[in-house]
Design a protein around this ligand. Structure first.
Ligand SMILES: Cc1cc2nc3c(=O)[nH]c(=O)nc-3n(C[C@H](O)[C@H](O)[C@H](O)COP(=O)(O)OP(=O)(O)OC[C@H]3O[C@@H](n4cnc5c(N)ncnc54)[C@H](O)[C@@H]3O)c2cc1C
Length: 1002
């Protein structure tokens, strides 16, 4: 699909005055013979104000002198004579207040008339000069300005002006049309060359690239001396003629949002005129005037004035096009059908599929006049008017969505069903085709969106680009006269139009592609919030509230991000069709982030909802040392859920895992029972033997076995490895159950290549490594051939605070030189000195200064694996304890019958369950809402899990008696590890602080 312009001029008549749109009447251009190449020698036109844009002050003076019986010429003489320090000049430089000026000026005039008894009432002259009648910009000048700006040139007012009594400077112009230089503010005035230089600087042009218009010779002379082209204004009309010949284009016949047709966009006039005569009837004739709408990036659109008819022509671009792109035939078809169905759209007149007329197919429609609101905050309207405009927009959208497809003959206008899914695929493909660099948020969205697609999508006509500035409103009230720009229309899910329509609510107001409402208080403005707007839509349509509208918002922003990426790519390769392309393309990440914010919100909604879902009873089993299974009832969701549904529900037991994950779980369990638990004693003995620094051969043997059974690298979350290239493609929640099981033996994680710190390091390499880096380090790690470490802690500083780190990295001739002292570096927990260690530059990940980015990524799933395993330690400890207390007798009865033991078992069970739920919650949140959104849960479980495990294991040791401390059972080692984990992953206190801070922010 061709690129959609994001801001597109609309093909109808509108203008804006003081922020409120006013109806403009068309004035036929008199100069139809112009052929403008689109590149003038000049880049800016600078206007004087009085005598150029406004009537001349000398003219005001003449009339005033007659009325007040003052000798003619008195005022003019006072204005021009007396050198640099005459009152008028000082007044214009802001050196005199208006009261001071009037006093001195009055005195000067009295001297000129040489009649001591004649007082000159100069205050009434100043009133006349600034009266509203004299302060009206000349209409021919306004039109000339519009023409100049439409061709892309800059305009400025370089005015000698003054402060009024009120302290406001006298400048009765629409400032938005100019870069304004006011003498009284600058403290310098014409003909001082500095003020011209200042003006040129602000315009960013050279003297020879600008033209200056003034009515005073000495001002023009000073400008000419700087190299500025000058035009003397005695008669404004004659001056504009001269300006036209300098610029090379006409300064009349302006039509809003249009410009002269560029040579590359010209269409043959004679055949078009013949065609128009046929279509419109022979009586319509006259000169054919063509202008081009300014910003259309997709289908070129023209304004046509022919006889008394004002029309719009929309055509395909020239050249070879994809068969489905730029389908003006479709636009014509839908416009015709919608008009008949009562939807306000421009009236189409004819479709011409014969390319021999103007070179491509095109269609004609009526030029529709009315108001367009370009600014979504609707400046200049009151809150009630604003609300009415938004309501009208909402209603017209409902009208579109209510069109009876069959009656309108639009049943085959697009595919039925799965619209959003198809759109996500299309825009993902588009994005991939134009990707210039990896944008992590886009990657997350590409993965997240297909997993959260809405069910039960309706099929209606969808506009595809429904925004306020695609609507023409009635000049008198909030009635939509026409909905424009149907290029993206098709059949689809109507909610996508509503969401797209609400995007402006979340965009910042300073965005150049589209001014948003994010920084505005919409309620105060009278504009409905996005939620209200959705609600309003549901009420108008008579449908229940849209619960997953955050999904649709995420999808809308994703789509815009993908579109902008295309614009950006084209801007890089120099094929962009608009100057705005490059800057808009750079907004891709901003749009992706907005999309992800909504994805997170939707994740939370799904998460909250799943806790309310109806639970089903499922059996759950725990393991004891001898393989005796104790069964208890547990609740979870249906086990047959497909993978993406499982992501959105809390899976409380392994039996609730989806098919493949469950198969892996059972396989893993069998492997543990057959190969690992029986090997534990041998391995424990090895750990205290002389050869403990050499890996036991059994470990390597079991690693090969695990690999051959597919129980390998299960840890890598599908989020980091969406194509399941490296890992098993499990979600965090699915892996939680498997990781807990691995945690029941201290030797298991390494055997399945799921042990830290390799897991975190492998994930980092998957996410951020280059292909070379992956080949060199990731592959051997994935194969279990090498081990890795994470060296951060330093003996001489408190390393729980990373900002204390003292080690240094210095860049030197293609190498990074490392110096530092580290300790407690797993695996081996070694103490390491880095002394001038030379690391080739190409070994750095991502690049210098990007460590924080990586650390954030690493702080994801890997960091709660400890917690999953700690639940495993605790389950095993409790299982061992139960077995022990039922078989051992003290004081005449089994230990299990002692009240304190029962109490301990009860406490342990309850505490394990609490911690597991929190682990699963954190994992599910990471899956549904992302690692960042799960920050609180991650910090909480890190704070909770080691302490819980310590208590449970401690009770088990106690119940075992001295044997609990021996090497015959894993309890002592579990205890030692759980204790270490109160430090190893950052001290408890740091996690507690994080939790408290996040809690205080909530
Ligand atoms: C078994 C094990 C394995 C390890 N593996 C690695 C590894 O692979 N790589 C690595 O780099 N490091 C590793 N470490 C080190 C571990 O990460 C650090 O010990 C830990 O970050 C604490 O740093 P520190 O020892 O310098 O303690 P310090 O920063 O000196 O802190 C000491 C104590 O001060 C208190 N404290 C600190 N901050 C706060 C606070 N904000 N509020 C209140 N109290 C606070 C806490 O009680 C803390 O325990 C491992 C440690 C162990 C025990």
């Amino acid at each position: 699909m061709g690129l959609r312009r994001f801001i597109q001029a609309s093909y109808f008549q509108c203008a804006r005055t003081s922020g409120i749109l006013k109806h403009v009447r068309y004035k036929p251009p008199s100069l139809v013979q112009w052929r403008y190449s689109g590149s003038s020698l000049y880049k800016a036109v600078i206007f004087d104000m009085g005598g150029v844009l406004l009537p001349s002050p000398y003219r005001v003076a003449v009339e005033w002198e007659v009325r007040n019986c003052i000798p003619p010429g008195t005022i003019k003489q006072a204005l021009i004579s007396g050198g640099e320090n005459r009152p008028w000049m000082r007044y214009m430089r802001g050196e005199l207040t208006s009261a001071e000026f009037l006093q001195e000026f009055g005195h000067q005039c009295s001297e000129i008339v040489s009649q001591a008894n004649l007082s000159v009432p100069v205050d009434s002259f100043l009133s006349d000069l600034t009266s509203s009648q004299m302060s009206k910009q000349l209409p021919i000048m306004t039109e000339a300005l519009e023409c100049i700006r439409a061709e892309g040139l800059k305009t400025a007012v370089l005015s000698n002006n003054f402060y009024l009594h009120s302290g406001v400077s006298f400048l009765p112009l629409d400032r938005s049309q100019f870069d304004v230089i006011e003498s009284c503010r600058e403290g310098i005035c014409k003909p001082d060359p500095r003020i011209y230089t200042l003006c040129l600087e602000r315009l960013g042009v050279q003297p020879k690239e600008s033209i200056f218009l003034d009515d005073i010779g000495q001002n023009l002379k000073a400008a000419a001396q700087l190299g500025i082209k000058t035009v003397k204004v005695d008669d404004p009309e004659a001056a504009l003629k001269e300006l036209e010949s300098c610029l090379g284009f006409p300064l009349q016949g302006f039509v809003p949002h249009t410009r002269l047709v560029r040579p590359t966009m010209e269409i043959p006039k004679d055949p078009l005129q013949k065609y128009l005569e046929e279509v419109l009837g022979g009586w319509t004739t006259g000169p054919l005037i063509l202008r081009q709408f300014s910003h259309g990036q997709s289908n070129p659109t023209y304004y046509i004035k022919f006889g008394d008819r004002h029309l719009v022509l929309r055509k395909k671009p020239p050249g070879n096009l994809l068969p489905t792109a730029h389908a003006v035939e479709r636009e014509y078809r839908v416009l015709k059908a919608l008009a008949e169905a009562g939807v306000p759209v421009p009236k189409v007149l004819a479709l011409c599929e014969d390319s021999s007329i103007i070179g491509t197919p095109f269609y004609l429609m009526e030029y529709c006049s009315g108001h367009i609101y370009k600014d979504v905050s609707l400046p200049g309207l009151d809150p009630g008017q604003r609300r009415a405009i938004y309501m009208a927009m909402n209603k017209v959208l409902c009208k579109i969505h209510r069109v009876d497809l069959k009656a309108a003959g639009l049943e085959d206008y697009g595919k039925h069903g799965n619209y959003v899914q198809r759109q996500v695929q299309t825009w993902t493909k588009q994005y991939r085709a134009t990707e210039t660099h990896t944008i992590p948020t886009m990657e997350r969205l590409i993965e997240w969106l297909p997993l959260h697609l809405p069910g039960n999508q309706k099929t209606t006509v969808v506009h595809g680009d429904f925004r306020l500035d695609n609507l023409i409103f009635h000049p008198e009230g909030p009635e939509v006269l026409a909905v424009l720009d149907w290029e993206l229309s098709t059949l689809g899910d109507p909610i996508s139009d509503v969401a797209y329509n609400c995007m402006a609510h979340y965009m910042p107001s300073d965005l150049d592609i589209l001014k948003g409402l994010k920084d505005c208080d919409v309620t105060e403005l009278g504009i409905p919030t996005a939620e209200e707007y959705f609600q309003m839509y549901c009420e108008h349509m008579g449908i229940p509230p849209i619960e997953n509208w955050n999904f649709y918002m995420a999808f809308s922003f994703f789509r815009v991000a993908a579109i902008l990426q295309g614009v950006y790519k084209r801007s890089l390769t120099g094929q962009a069709s608009s100057a705005a392309a490059e800057s808009s393309g750079k907004q891709v990440e901003l749009m992706a982030n907005l999309a992800w914010d909504f994805a997170t919100k939707e994740g939370f909604r799904v998460f909250k909802e799943c806790s309310a879902a109806k639970p089903l009873a499922r059996p759950y089993s725990t393991w004891t040392r001898n393989g005796a299974f104790s069964r208890r009832n547990y609740v979870t969701m249906a086990p047959s859920s497909p993978a993406h549904i499982s992501k959105a529900h809390l899976i409380l037991s392994p039996d609730g895992l989806p098919g493949r994950a469950q198969d892996l779980y059972h396989k893993l369990r069998r492997f543990m029972e057959i190969h690992i638990y029986p090997a534990e004693q041998v391995l424990r003995v090895h750990q205290v033997s002389q050869s403990r620094w050499t890996p036991h051969p059994l470990i390597e043997e079991l690693k090969d076995k695990a690999k051959s059974e597919g129980l390998w690298n299960l840890f890598l979350p599908v989020e980091s490895d969406p194509e399941v290239k490296y890992g098993a493609g499990l979600t965090n929640q699915e892996f939680s159950h498997l990781c807990e099981l691995m945690g029941t033996s201290l030797f298991a994680p390494e055997i399945f290549n799921c042990s830290p710190p390799d897991t975190g390091n492998m994930e980092v390499l998957v996410r951020y490594g280059t292909e070379e880096q992956k080949e060199r380090w990731l592959q051997p790690l994935l194969d279990g051939k090498i081990r890795s470490c994470f060296a951060m802690t330093e003996p001489q500083v408190a390393s729980s605070d990373a900002t204390n780190i003292e080690s240094s990295v210095v860049e030197e001739k293609g190498f990074y030189i490392l110096n530092g002292h580290k300790w407690w570096i797993s695996a081996g927990h070694g103490e390491i000195f880095f002394e001038n260690v030379r690391v080739p530059k190409e070994n750095i990940l991502l690049g210098p200064g990007r460590g924080f980015e990586i650390a954030q990524g690493r702080l994801g799933p890997g960091r709660i694996h400890h917690c999953m395993r700690l639940v495993g330690y605790s389950e095993r400890a409790l299982a061992l304890m139960k077995e022990r207390v039922t078989s051992r007798v003290a004081f005449g009865k089994p230990l299990a019958e002692q009240g304190t033991i029962l109490e301990d078992i009860a406490k342990s069970r309850a505490e394990i369950e609490q911690a597991r739920l929190l682990v699963l919650k954190a994992a599910l949140l990471m899956d549904t809402a992302g690692n960042k959104a799960a920050a609180l849960e991650i910090a909480m479980i890190k704070m909770v899990a080691p302490l819980m495990a310590l208590r449970v294991i401690d009770r088990a040791i106690q119940a075992f008696g001295a044997a609990g401390l021996s090497n015959d059972y894993p309890l002592a080692q579990f205890f030692a590890w759980a204790r270490a984990l109160r430090l190893a992953d950052g001290p408890d206190e740091v996690h507690r602080t994080a939790v408290a801070k996040l809690e205080l922010k909530r």
